[in-house]
Design a protein around this ligand. Structure first.
Ligand code: GAL
Length: 674
């Protein structure tokens, strides 16, 4: 990863669309940006039709002017290639570039993102404009970073057009080498689906009954790869003509289900992510923290760019609730606490027309005599005080396995229960650890870091044999592993691992499962140490594992609900149900203690505590989402207020403290506890 020098130390700004404004407003923008402490903007995201009004005709003069104005103001530019919205002339001349959905409907223009990722016409037109941009702006003093397209795949989760179908067949040929292997992998003896010629194979259009799950899964992989190929083609053109300028594209982790960002992370010079709160969720700051931790994990622990978030309401949720006073600041500084070294918004100035006019902005419709504007200026000034934090790294203590492909597979048709969903499993685990003030690093299956003493696998329905081997090695070397139910079931081809469930993880967990007993909607079953559980029960037969909790009722009364298997120097725990919040918290405390983690901090659950560390200093971030003041042990210089805290950092309700600590806090372990 290469951090863009011109974004240093910590960038602050947003998506800027000067093309929507007359020149007097554009001139005013620069003054306002300076007032707000803006150091970077993203330019040009949806400007293809303006930069290339007809094929091969370019009008760069307006962009030259803006780029020069940004350079003169000392504002760095994250320059987008405008490929997220092909111009009308392109689809008029070549309607076959338009995407077709699963039901065979052509998605039209007049919006954005209407392109088929496999279309050679689209790709070559996008690359040709990217090349022109690179040739023109490679040495421009404002250019900090390239931003390829926008949120690839965000609103088209697969294209079912004839071009895509041909590309899918080619992709399958490369994956399987021949039809026999494809037939084996897809299990086409089932329902007599055997294929005898390549032209019989289709994209998984809507069919009378569920389409072969292995075929669906491959189509999702294919779609991911096709979008990635679009990105790569543009990136390569940019790198060829503007060597040395870092390239990114904005991710939407974790909200975009159908893009496997683990596969993308190694293709960008810097990870950037967009995050929007689910406005109605009163605990939405927890999901925000999850998104930030996932972004940092994709960046392999390094700094990342928060490319978009909102100053207040968005425009696309059922009820677009505005942020409360101080909420934007907490949101932004939480991203920063969790490794973002750039805090950017969608958008600089609210549009007066178009579909997003009710979306908040740094300069809202009400202009500068507004709370939003005052909070933006205050935040910009505060980010200016945090320069020394840039480049420091977040200290995580618990690993959580995150896998897009397992998510895809889990949520196809005909599973044991519709109540078993991927995000439910991961978000509950995350939220429980968050409330215990643990800091999470997300882990790619099969790439398990040895340094984390505790690894939780909330859900891993699809588990490749290599993943099982990596998990085993982790445990043998002393790791404490906790695996959630309905994991280890199928391989990459959606085929059940041979033998009793949980196939791939059976030996490691030291148990077999005789039958799944999903529960009725709303049904609860008691567990032996006094907790309740819902959604799932199953008949676990311990082999080498010891039983820690049992079901006290329901279809599996008397059989194990929680087990522990000792393997090598470590332990593999298995949870056969979905305990209530208290039960999950108790369990995570138990395994954390086994892993020798420090006891959870004794502060309220809605106070967020994170550390970023550098060779020079430790920075303690305390973000108080609660309604009462919080007091955290610690001493040091508060970078936002200049106060020196002695022994305790007091943070008012809704406030944030960022403290350069005088020393490292004592690491209290469970064994040291009285
Ligand atoms: C993002 C997108 C932006 C803007 C924003 C609105 O997903 O990248 O261009 O549409 O949503 O919240």
């Amino acid at each position: 990863m290469t951090w863009p020098l011109r974004l240093r130390p910590i960038a602050f700004g947003g998506d800027y669309s000067p093309e929507q404004w007359p020149s007097d407003v554009q001139i005013e923008d620069v003054d306002l940006m300076k007032q707000a402490g803006v150091t970077a903007v993203t330019l040009g995201v949806f400007t293809w039709a303006l930069l290339e009004p007809s094929e091969g005709t370019y009008t760069f003069d307006w962009l030259d002017e803006i780029m020069d104005r940004m350079a003169a103001a000392g504002i760095a530019v994250d320059l987008a290639t405008p490929s997220a919205n092909p111009p009308a002339w392109l689809s008029t001349a070549h309607p076959q570039i338009l995407p077709i959905d699963r039901d065979g409907r052509v998605l039209g223009i007049g919006s954005r993102e209407a392109f088929c990722p496999s279309s050679p016409i689209y790709r070559s037109a996008a690359v040709s404009l990217a090349r022109r941009l690179a040739q023109r702006y490679a040495d421009h003093p404002a250019l900090a970073l390239w931003h390829v397209g926008n949120e690839f795949g965000a609103h088209v989760d697969g294209c079912y057009c004839p071009t895509s179908e041909r590309a899918f067949r080619a992709w399958l040929l490369a994956r399987y080498g021949g039809l026999d292997r494809l037939n084996d992998a897809w299990g086409t003896t089932f329902w007599g689906q055997r294929y005898h010629a390549w032209n019989e194979i289709t994209v998984p259009r809507r069919a009378p009954m569920p389409v072969n799950p292995a075929q669906q899964l491959d189509f999702m992989r294919f779609t991911n790869d096709e979008f990635l190929a679009c990105y790569r083609a543009e990136r390569d053109a940019l790198q060829e003509h503007a060597p040395g300028v870092p390239v990114t594209t904005n991710f939407m982790a974790p909200t975009c289900r159908h893009i496997d960002y683990w596969a993308w992370a190694g293709e960008v010079d810097v990870v950037s992510n967009d995050h929007y709160l689910t406005a109605e969720d009163t605990d939405n700051h927890v999901e925000l923290a999850l998104s930030a931790d996932l972004s940092r994990s994709l960046a392999r622990g390094g700094s990342w760019v928060l490319m978009e978030h909102s100053t207040s309401a968005v425009n696309w949720q059922p009820r677009n609730i505005a942020k409360a006073p101080g909420e934007m600041r907490r949101n932004s500084l939480t991203h920063l606490a969790r490794g973002a070294d750039a805090v950017m918004f969608f958008q600089w100035r609210a549009s007066r027309f178009g579909a997003e006019k009710f979306h908040s902005a740094m300069v809202p419709q009400g202009g500068t005599d507004t709370r939003t504007w005052r909070e933006v200026c205050e935040l910009g000034a505060q980010i200016g005080l945090l320069a020394e934090v840039a480049g420091s790294q977040v200290r995580a203590d618990v690993g959580v396995v995150w896998d897009w492909q397992s998510w895809w597979a889990l949520e196809m048709e005909y599973r044991p229960s519709v109540d078993v969903t991927y995000l439910d499993a991961v978000r509950r685990t995350y939220a429980t650890l968050w409330r215990a003030h643990r800091t999470i690093e997300f882990v790619r299956p099969g790439d398990i870091p040895a340094h984390l003493p505790l690894l939780v696998v909330p859900s891993l329905y699809l588990c490749a044999p290599e993943t099982a081997v990596a998990l085993r090695k982790y445990v043998e070397n002393g790791g404490i592993l906790l695996v959630g139910f309905f994991s280890g079931i199928v391989d990459e081809s959606e085929t059940v691992h041979a033998g009793p469930f949980p196939g791939a993880l059976r030996e490691l967990l030291g148990l077999t499962i005789e039958e799944f007993h999903p529960l009725r909607h709303g049904e609860d079953v008691p567990l032996s140490p006094g907790h309740q559980a819902g959604v799932w029960s199953e008949c676990v037969v311990p082999r080498s594992a010891e039983v820690i909790w049992t079901f006290d009722g329901g279809p599996d009364a008397g059989s194990p609900a929680l087990t522990r298997n000792t393997v090598g120097r470590g332990q593999a725990w298995y949870l056969a149900t979905r305990p209530d919040d208290a039960g999950l918290a108790a369990l995570l405390d138990i395994v954390a203690a086994q892993a020798g983690l420090p006891r959870p901090l004794d502060v309220a659950g809605d106070v967020e505590v994170v550390r970023r560390v550098s060779p020079e200093a430790d920075y303690l971030f305390v973000i108080n989402h609660g309604v009462e003041a919080a007091v955290i042990p610690g001493s040091g210089l508060d970078l936002l207020t200049g106060t020196h805290h002695q022994e305790a950092v007091e943070v008012p309700a809704g406030g944030v403290a960022i403290v350069r600590e005088d020393s490292h806090p004592p690491q209290l372990t469970q064994e040291d506890a009285p």
